[in-house]
Ligand binder design. Structure first.
Ligand SMILES: CC(C)(COP(=O)(O)OP(=O)(O)OC[C@H]1O[C@@H](n2cnc3c(N)ncnc32)[C@H](O)[C@@H]1OP(=O)(O)O)[C@@H](O)C(=O)NCCC(=O)NCCS
Length: 379
C-alpha cells in the first residue's frame, strides 16, 4: 500500500480528487477559479459573480446575476429561532458560535434532506446569504447591540458591513470587503474544504458538511491564523520600536514558534492573495491616517523572509485590513467563513455530482497483533 506517513506526512502533495474549480501553482504563485485569474477577479469581479463562477463554472449573465442577488437577499433574513438561540449562547469564540448556529439552521431548514442537485444548489445559496447575517449579528451581540436587518437593495459585501457596523459603509470599505471575500472564496483542497468534501461524500446533508468545514477552518494552522496575526501585532504594541519587533520575531523563530500569517503548504513564493491584501492594508491605513500597523507588518514580513525564506499568506495582511476597518478580532476567522462558504458549497456540489465515499487507509504502526488478552484483575 502506498504510504504517506512514510513520506512527508499531512498528505503533502497527495492528489485526492479531480476538480474543475480551483487551480493553484505553488511554485509560480498563481491562482485561478474555473480558469479566471485571481488578479482579474480581485480587480473586476464582485463576490456574487465569484460565487456564481464557483458554483456554475462560468461567469453569470446580467439576468443570472440579478436572480442571484434576489436569492441572496431573501436568504439574508435569518429565522427568528436562530436569533433567539444566538441570544442564549454564552460569550464564545465566533467560530464556536458560527458552528452551532449553522447547525441550528439545518434543523430549521424545511428541505435539509433534499440532496437533488437543484436542492443542494438552493441550500448553497441560502447558506451563503445566512452565514453573512449570522456573523454580522453575532458581532453586534458581542458589542451589546441588536441585529440590523439586511437591505435588499445593496450587495453582499455592503450588506455584511451594514449589518455588522449598523451604519452605511462608504464605497471604499465596501470594495475592500468585496475584494477580501473574493480572495478568500476558494483554495482547492485546503483543510476545511477537504473536510467538507469528506463529509459530503458520505451523502450526509449540506449543513453537516459545512459544519465540518467550519470546525476545520477554526484552527490556528488554517483560518484561525488571521486573528492570531493581529494578537501578535497588538502584543508588540502599536508604537513598538523596530528593535523590539526584530528582537521578538527573531526570538520566536529561534524557538521554532510558528509565526501566524507566514508559510503555506502549497505556495513556495508570494501567495497572490497576499499581494492584494498588502496593498489594501496600506490603502486603508493611509485613508485612516495610521500606517503604523502596516509598517510593523512590512517589517515583520521582511525579517521573516530574510531569516527563514517564508512569505506572508492570505491571513497576514487581512488582519490589519480588517482592523483598520474597525472590525473586532473575534470576527476575523468568521469573515473567512462568510467568504469560504462559496468554495465549500461549490466543492460539495462537485463531490456529490460524481460521488464515491472518501475512505483512505492508514499504515498500522501499533503493537504486534495479536496481543494476548489478559483479564482485568490479572493486568
Ligand atoms: C501553513 C502551515 C501550517 C503549513 O505547514 P507545513 O506545510 O506543514 O509546513 P511545516 O510546518 O512543515 O514547515 C516547514 C518549515 O518552515 C517553517 N515554518 C513554516 N511556517 C512557519 C511560520 N509561520 N513561522 C515560522 N516557521 C515556519 C517550519 O518551522 C519548518 O522549518 P524547519 O524545516 O526549519 O523545521 C505553516 O506554515 C504554519 O503553521 N503557518 C502559520 C499559521 C498560518 O499562517 N496558517 C494559515 C495558512 S493559510
Amino acid at each position: 500500500m502506498a504510504s504517506d506517513t512514510a513520506g512527508k506526512g499531512g498528505l503533502e502533495d497527495v492528489v485526492a480528487t479531480a476538480s474543475r474549480i480551483c487551480l493553484l501553482d505553488g511554485d509560480r504563485g498563481t491562482l485561478s477559479y474555473c480558469g479566471y485569474d485571481i488578479h482579474d477577479l480581485a480587480r473586476h469581479a464582485t463576490f456574487e459573480e465569484t460565487c456564481f463562477l464557483l458554483w456554475h463554472g462560468r461567469l453569470p449573465t446580467r439576468a443570472e446575476l440579478g436572480d442571484l442577488h434576489t436569492q441572496l437577499a431573501e436568504a439574508r433574513v435569518l429565522p427568528d429561532a436562530v436569533l433567539r438561540l444566538m441570544r442564549q449562547l454564552p460569550p464564545a469564540d465566533g467560530m464556536d458560535a458560527l458552528r452551532t448556529l449553522t447547525s441550528a439552521l439545518g434543523h430549521l431548514d424545511p428541505v435539509v434532506a433534499d440532496r437533488t442537485p437543484a436542492g443542494l444548489y438552493r441550500t448553497a445559496v441560502r447558506l451563503t446569504g445566512q452565514i453573512a447575517s449570522l456573523v454580522a449579528a453575532w458581532g453586534r451581540q458581542q458589542q451589546g447591540a441588536g441585529p440590523v436587518a439586511p437591505d435588499p437593495a445593496i450587495g453582499h459585501a455592503a450588506n455584511f458591513l451594514y449589518m455588522l457596523l449598523g451604519t452605511r459603509p462608504d464605497a471604499e470599505s465596501v470594495r475592500a470587503m468585496d475584494v477580501a471575500l473574493t480572495l478568500h472564496a476558494d483554495h482547492e483542497l485546503n483543510a476545511s474544504t477537504f473536510a467538507a468534501r469528506v463529509a459530503a461524500a458520505t451523502l450526509t446533508d449540506l449543513h453537516s458538511a459545512i459544519v465540518a468545514g467550519i470546525g476545520a477552518l477554526k484552527g490556528p494552522l488554517h483560518g484561525g491564523a488571521n486573528a492570531e496575526v493581529m494578537k501578535m501585532l497588538i502584543g508588540l504594541g502599536e508604537d513598538a520600536p523596530a528593535e523590539r519587533i526584530d528582537r521578538q520575531v527573531r526570538d520566536l523563530l529561534a524557538r521554532k514558534v510558528k509565526i501566524p500569517g507566514f508559510g503555506h503548504r502549497v505556495y513556495h513564493t508570494e501567495d497572490p492573495r497576499a499581494t492584494h491584501l498588502r496593498q489594501m492594508s496600506k490603502t486603508l491605513g493611509q485613508r485612516a491616517g495610521n500606517l503604523r500597523w502596516f509598517h510593523m507588518s512590512e517589517r515583520i514580513e521582511q525579517l521573516v523572509k530574510a531569516e527563514k525564506g517564508l512569505h506572508p499568506n492570505v491571513d497576514f495582511y487581512s488582519a490589519t485590513t480588517y482592523y483598520t476597518m474597525g472590525i473586532g478580532l473575534e470576527l476575523y476567522t468568521p469573515i473567512f467563513a462568510v467568504s469560504r462558504i462559496s468554495g465549500w458549497t461549490a466543492h460539495v456540489l462537485e463531490q456529490v455530482a460524481n460521488n464515491r465515499l472518501i475512505r483512505p487507509r492508514a499504515d498500522y504502526v501499533g503493537p504486534a497483533s495479536p496481543q494476548a488478552f489478559r483479564a482485568l484483575d490479572t493486568r
